[in-house]
Write a protein that binds this ligand. Structure first.
Ligand code: NAG
Ligand code: NAG
Ligand code: NAG
Ligand code: NAG
Ligand code: NAG
Ligand code: NAG
Ligand code: NAG
Ligand code: NAG
Ligand code: NAG
Length: 254
């Protein structure tokens, strides 16, 4: 089946003026021509769960993070956290029903201090999925991921909708399926000048949505923030925020 990739941006206005260059898709720093791209996330009780490849129960919390390099080459992907992390790198897609499919690499403690490190040769403009999970079940905490290599890498949280996950509260009413995703906008989140906005300091998350069935979908946010959502077809470019924009909304759900 041909799956369509949609990107939804969740953003809100930051009320305090913040210093620094926040308008990059990922924060990058250079060291001997190695460029670091970082992503910060958090595994919580509400995160998705699975039986990780080689694991022993259904209760490993995980995040799926999409990695798209802009330059081909060898990249070192390392976690940093207080968790005993476990990482899996997949080529292009990740399927809960066959966790060996497309698996390019996996690691537990390669970086020391219970942090994973995966070294892989990645191709420019190809989508990879990094599964960030833990060695033991039910481990919660914050983490960051660094991809170090010859070029900048786009790192974004990926929401692969599936009817087989147990953790996304998927419920059926009158043939309507709800798929939910929980996230958090923090001071450390990526920032941009949102389409129609007035400064570079809107925090945002880019969330990938892949429907398994074609049809009309209602995408609603629930939070204490004054959220704003943008839905993009296939890709999202900071350099042209109108490209592929399918819809946007501020307060439509009340
Ligand atoms: C966010 O960061 C700015 C400086 O970067 C700081 O002034 C502000 O207090 C922080 N806000 C929160 C909620 O942590
Ligand atoms: C880039 O990341 C690597 C691995 O996490 C780290 O050892 C190195 O210090 C980082 N370099 C810079 C310039 O931040
Ligand atoms: C996480 O959820 C489990 C049950 O699913 C519960 O036993 C545990 O106390 C929760 N932990 C936290 C930190 O909320
Ligand atoms: C990538 O790593 C492999 C294995 O270590 C090595 O053979 C290859 O030359 C490296 N490629 C580049 C572009 O550095
Ligand atoms: C990744 O998947 C693509 C097809 O989606 C395939 O052409 C390519 O050979 C795969 N690469 C690796 C390293 O498995
Ligand atoms: C994770 O980060 C959030 C916000 O940055 C913080 O409030 C929370 O205490 C952190 N959790 C842990 C377990 O460190
Ligand atoms: C599905 O989501 C909609 C919109 O958020 C909500 O009104 C409805 O109650 C949800 N249905 C179930 C079964 O959770
Ligand atoms: C989707 O919504 C459009 C516009 O409201 C409507 O014309 C169309 O029939 C709907 N399609 C389905 C499959 O419900
Ligand atoms: C979405 O993008 C694809 C190509 O990537 C295009 O074929 C399709 O028409 C686009 N759909 C909409 C609704 O713009």
């Amino acid at each position: 089946m041909l799956l369509t990739l949609l990107i939804v941006l969740i953003t809100s206005q930051l009320s305090t003026k913040v210093h620094g260059d926040g308008n990059q898709f990922v924060q990058s720093t250079t060291n001997l021509e190695q460029i670091n791209s970082t992503y910060s996330g958090s595994l919580q009780n509400t995160s998705t769960r699975f039986l990780r490849y080689g694991g022993s129960s259904n209760n490993y919390l995980y995040d799926a993070i999409e990695i798209i390099p802009f330059t081909s080459g060898n990249y070192t992907i390392t976690s940093s956290s207080n968790l005993d992390t476990y990482g899996y790198l997949y080529n292009n897609s990740f399927s809960l029903s066959d966790l060996s499919m497309g698996l390019l690499g996996q690691n537990d403690d390669g970086a020391g201090s219970y942090q994973f490190q995966i070294i892989a040769n990645l191709q420019a403009n190809v989508r990879y999925i990094l599964i960030v999970t833990t060695y033991s079940v039910n481990e919660v905490g914050n983490y960051s991921i660094t991809a170090s290599g010859p070029g900048r890498v786009s790192l974004a949280k990926s929401m692969i909708t599936t009817t087989t996950t147990t953790s996304t509260s998927t419920t059926t009413t009158l043939g309507v399926l709800n798929s939910t995703y929980s996230g958090s906008l923090q001071n450390t989140s990526t920032r941009f000048l949102r389409y129609g906005g007035s400064s570079n300091n809107y925090l945002y998350d880019a969330i990938e949505i892949i429907p398994l069935t074609s049809g009309n979908y209602t995408i609603t946010s629930s939070s204490n923030l004054d959220t704003y959502g943008y839905l993009y077809n296939n890709s999202f470019s900071l350099s042209d925020l109108s490209m592929g924009l399918l819809g946007q909304n501020d307060d439509g759900a009340g």
